[in-house]
Design a protein around this ligand. Structure first.
Ligand SMILES: Cc1cc2nc3c(=O)[nH]c(=O)nc-3n(C[C@H](O)[C@H](O)[C@H](O)COP(=O)(O)O)c2cc1C
Length: 186
């Protein structure tokens, strides 16, 4: 049974703010559902506090095909806690701008992360944003190359937010319901 002061630990990774924006939106949904939370950045030391937290939401982006290594650290160091509490992973990536890639098993980076990390909780894949004007020249050229081979926009003046906010709200609502039902869904 839930205790009244249990809090959800919401951790966001990323570099250009989209994971944080998605984590904040999900936090608002959890708040509406009556679930208090703490929103913190992903660092080498991020960990749930067993005396305070009763669930974990991790929102982190893909960069050059990889997850933040601090996501792996968080999992390795807190495996027992994570396997005994409701957890939700949200992967943020640009390949997910194509709806068929939002199935975690169709999203190669997420599939690899799940296999490598042994994550046992719920998983969602959401689209991030394309911010050409904020990238340095190296990043811009690589992203343009990826976009060219995947039929995406290559105009370097463009900024496009692909995130489907309805999907984000749905994932947050389902996670809140899982927490409130006291059933980790596993
Ligand atoms: C340098 C760089 C590398 C990226 N590499 C990938 C990638 O390999 N695959 C992908 O789907 N998206 C990739 N993206 C897209 C990001 O995942 C997307 O822009 C996301 O919104 C970034 O979230 P953040 O602001 O929280 O970091 C990359 C973005 C940047 C800037």
């Amino acid at each position: 049974m839930r205790m009244g002061d249990d809090r959800v630990l919401i951790v966001y990774g990323g570099r250009f703010g989209q994971s944080e924006k998605i984590a904040s939106a999900m936090r608002a949904t959890l708040t509406e559902k009556g679930l208090p939370s703490d929103l913190v950045p992903l660092t080498p030391k991020t960990a749930p506090d067993p005396s305070t937290h009763s669930a974990l939401l991790l929102v982190t982006s893909v960069r050059y095909g990889h997850f933040d290594r601090n996501a792996y650290r968080l999992l390795e160091r807190n495996r027992t806690w994570l396997e005994n509490h409701p957890t939700q992973l949200v992967t943020v990536s640009l390949t997910a701008r194509k709806p068929e890639k939002r199935d975690p098993q169709e999203h190669s980076y997420t599939r690899k992360f799940l296999a490598k990390s042994g994550w046992k909780g719920s998983v969602a894949v959401v689209a991030g944003s394309l911010l050409y004007p904020q990238y340095n020249i190296f990043d811009r050229l690589v992203i343009q190359f990826i976009m060219r081979i995947t039929d995406g926009p290559t105009d370097p003046s463009q900024t496009i937010e692909y995130t489907d906010w309805e999907q984000v709200e749905k994932v947050a609502t389902n996670f809140a319901d899982t927490i409130l039902s006291g059933n980790p869904g596993r």
